[in-house]
Design a protein around this ligand. Structure first.
Ligand code: PEP
Ligand code: MG
Length: 599
């Protein structure tokens, strides 16, 4: 299967590429276009392997299916009997429904026909037939009936588990290029994906600034989330086009559609080449105003890619991914090794290490077992660190020890009160004293900054500015907390908007506060990497943009194609609008005047 990935944001218009196809529309969260074979993860992360077998294998597949049914019936019968004894007939009856569906001759015969007539593997046949039923149930107006779809998913999962549970493919070690189709993915799952072979993904759930989406952007693979029910539309082995630029997924495109895709691809390749040439040029406007272009990273491996895209340093190292990609808590040495590794790859450029931002959608194993009711408002980030001082100190010690190996800066996330900042600084001072007592070298005057990502911090920026060396605005959370919109929830994704005038006022005021207090301000939320907002942020006086490496060339292209004076005029006008629609419309038009192919 041929694969191609383009990782630019521009939205090219080419003929009728998208007019003739059946399109699943979702939220494009990571740009690029890919055509590739799909694997589908069910809720237990089983990978449904490729679908066709040789004709001689058909009886074997039918037998596998029969055995899986026998096993599933036996399990369900045991469970029904046990539950009936414990909780009574009514609850036990739930298993009765499942047993009834498993014994349904129409379903069983359809699966067998799928294997016999299309040489499908047993698991592919099961998932195809079950998903047809699931869709039929979903389409029913009767709420009771549409809710029954969960029973279908349950049965499908059970049978699949009995078919392939023991031999499912490991997503971290694939043997061929694939796109992953899943209901949802945890940031930790995304971070562990095999970077060589996973070429894109599409999910039922999710939002633009969920950490899963952010990891996809850092990996430079196209991703579309919030598709609703893509897992029931795709089966393992299907060919899928994922277009992260427009947020669409096309399942089993025909020959014409593939040809149209190839034409689209050619145009993107040309554009990609043009953008790459910008990598080594500065982020400088036509009238000589220079801004710094830095990268956000989740792991040391991201550094090399970011540098090839033109990063001038690391503006945000999300260190919590050290926790998410392993089963046990990292030791001080694990932290230290990772930081020194980044420093070495980073070649003397600055690196902002953000202390652990665990919680919310980045759970530790322990948090998974004790879920909070409202994790984004719960014991997240700095709050968690201040509740677990030994863990916090382990990280701070490692950062301080690494500080002698390069230009390291330290940043505290999700600060919402001055007290929190002062406590964090006190712990840092303790760590420095300990290191001094132990005779270990460290840089005492390490720059200490904080994220501005909670409205209270933005509103009190003036007070905070007296106590830190720099600010970094985390627009992903600032938007979420200012507008009361869960950044990971596809149902409210339309309300998640950095262009909201309330958010823009906070950003403008924080930048001005930084200027007044002579401390640097960057934006490291996703907004910094979105070409739509480049003119505005530039015009507001932002001096450092930190974004996913793949986004750098396009943002740089806009900066290099305008003047600072013009950007300031754009920003002034934007700040006079009172709706996000006006803001976005105006920014789109202004950006198109400079780069006609944008959007
Ligand atoms: C942000 O909130 O904008 C940010 C950069 O931090 P994270 O996305 O890791 O929460
Ligand atoms: Mg944040």
């Amino acid at each position: 299967m041929q694969t191609f990935v383009f990782t630019g944001n521009w939205q090219l218009t080419t003929g009728n590429y998208f007019t003739t196809m059946e399109i699943k529309k979702g939220i494009g969260v990571s740009p690029g276009v890919v055509v590739c074979t799909a694997i589908v993860l069910d809720a237990e992360d089983l990978v449904i392997p490729k679908r066709q077998v040789d004709a001689t294998q058909v009886p074997f597949e039918i037998d596998r299916f029969d055995q899986a049914i026998i096993k599933s019936v036996a399990q369900l019968t045991d469970q029904r009997d046990e539950v009936t004894v414990k909780y009574g007939k009514e609850i036990g009856g739930i298993f009765g429904v499942h047993l009834g569906l498993l014994g349904d001759k129409t379903i069983v015969n359809q699966v067998i026909a799928e294997i016999r007539d299309h040489h499908a593997t047993a698991e592919y046949a099961v998932s195809t037939v079950m998903r047809k039923y699931a869709n039929a149930f979903l389409a029913m107006a009767d709420k009771y009936m549409s809710d029954r779809v969960k029973d279908i998913y349950d049965i499908e999962r059970r049978v699949l588990h009995n078919l392939i549970g023991q031999k499912h493919e490991n997503l971290a070690h694939l043997t061929q290029d694939v796109v992953v189709i899943a209901h949802d993915m945890l940031p930790s799952q995304t971070a562990l994906l095999d970077r060589q072979h996973v070429r894109g993904f599409a999910t039922d759930a999710g939002g633009r600034t969920s950490h899963t989406a952010i990891v996809a952007r850092a990996m430079g693979i196209p991703a579309v989330v919030g598709l609703g029910n893509i897992t029931s539309e795709v089966s393992g082995g299907d060919t899928v086009i994922i277009d992260g630029n427009r947020g669409v997924v096309i399942v089993n495109p025909d020959a014409d559609q593939l040809a149209e895709h190839a034409e689209y691809r050619e145009k993107l390749i040309v554009l990609d080449r043009e953008l790459r040439e910008l990598a080594n040029l500065p982020g400088e406007t036509l009238d000589g105003h220079v801004v710094c272009m830095q990268a956000n990273i989740e792991s040391p491996e991201d550094v090399t890619d970011a540098l090839t895209k033109g990063a001038e340093g690391i503006g945000l190292y999300r260190t919590e991914f050290l926790y998410l990609t392993r089963q046990t808590e990292p030791t001080e040495e694990d932290h230290y090794d990772a930081y020194v590794d980044v420093l070495q790859r980073n070649g003397g450029r600055p690196m902002v290490i953000r202390t652990l931002d665990l919680g919310a959608d980045k759970y530790t194993q322990q948090q998974l077992q004790n879920p909070e009711r409202n994790p984004f408002l719960g014991e997240r980030s700095i709050r968690m660190c201040l509740h677990d001082i030994p863990m916090f100190k382990r990280q701070l010690r490692a950062i301080m020890r690494a500080s002698v190996h390069g230009d390291v800066r330290i940043m505290f996330p999700m600060i919402s009160t001055l007290m929190e900042l002062r406590q964090a600084r006190m712990v840092l001072n303790d760590v420095m004293e300990d290191l001094e007592d132990e005779g270990l070298p460290f840089r005492r005057d390490i720059p200490v900054g904080m994220m501005i990502e909670v409205p209270s911090a933005a509103i009190m920026a003036d007070q905070f500015a007296k106590e830190v060396n720099f600010f970094s605005i985390g627009t992903n959370d600032l938007v979420q907390y200012t507008l009361a919109v869960d950044r990971t929830n596809e149902k409210v994704a339309g309300l998640f908007c950095p262009a909201h005038p309330a958010v823009l006022k906070l950003i403008r005021d924080v930048i001005r506060t930084g200027q007044r207090n002579d401390i640097s301000v960057s934006v490291c939320g996703e907004m910094a990497g979105e070409p739509l907002y480049t003119l505005l942020l530039l015009g507001l006086g932002l001096t450092t943009f930190s974004m996913n490496g793949p986004d750098i060339p396009e943002v740089k292209k806009i900066i290099r194609s305008t003047t600072y004076e013009h950007a300031k005029q754009v920003a002034r006008k934007v700040m006079s609008f009172d709706s996000e629609r006006q803001v976005m419309h105006f920014l789109r038009e202004e950006t198109r005047k400079i780069i006609p192919e944008a959007f």
